[in-house]
Design a protein around this ligand. Structure first.
Ligand code: THU
Length: 160
């Protein structure tokens, strides 16, 4: 028997100490929260995807009376980016969220399904996706979705 310890690295910043380009992307994620259709949860999530050529595509959560038919902000943004620019790999995904009290103090982190979708983008383009998670008090930066999805499942595992 042996124990396997996994390490993940999260870099924590205050918003003001982030580089200007990251602050701009986070601002776009914050603005995207106003495009959310969140009539049921009243939880407004925005995502901004920075493509490798510098283009930014935003997404926001879209809910539905038939609950499972809705979609998270992260997948809305990633799928929109891939639909519009399938040749472009994703460089960074920025996420922000607010409720009726305003933007959350601490960062939120993508749900399991969104993590799996972002992982597929890393696998598809052989390019890590940097993740920026916004909170009013601090911003988290991760250099790959793999840090949020250890022991992940990708296509290659079916052929190994
Ligand atoms: N949601 C997101 O859009 N992204 C997340 O990372 C967490 C949750 C949405 C889904 C749903 O519309 C609402 O937030 C409450 O779960």
């Amino acid at each position: 028997m042996r124990t396997i310890d996994l390490n993940i690295r999260i870099r924590e910043f205050t918003f003001d100490e982030m580089p200007e380009a990251d602050r701009q992307l986070l601002e776009q994620a914050k603005l995207a929260t106003y495009n959310a259709y969140a009539n049921y949860s009243r939880f407004y999530v925005g995502a901004a995807v920075l493509l490798d050529d510098g283009r930014v595509v935003i997404g926001a959560n879209q809910e539905n009376a038939a609950f499972p038919s809705g979609l998270c902000a992260e997948r809305s943004a990633v799928f929109a980016a891939q639909s519009q620019c399938p040749e472009q790999s994703i460089n960074t995904l920025a996420v922000a969220a607010r409720n009726e009290n305003g933007f959350l103090t601490d960062p939120i982190s993508p749900c399991g399904a969104c993590r799996q979708v972002v992982l597929e983008m890393e696998d598809r383009y052989k390019h890590p996706v940097r993740i920026l998670l916004y909170g009013e008090s601090r911003v988290f930066e991760l250099s790959s979705i793999k840090d949020l999805l250890p022991l992940s499942f990708v296509d290659a595992h079916m052929h190994g």
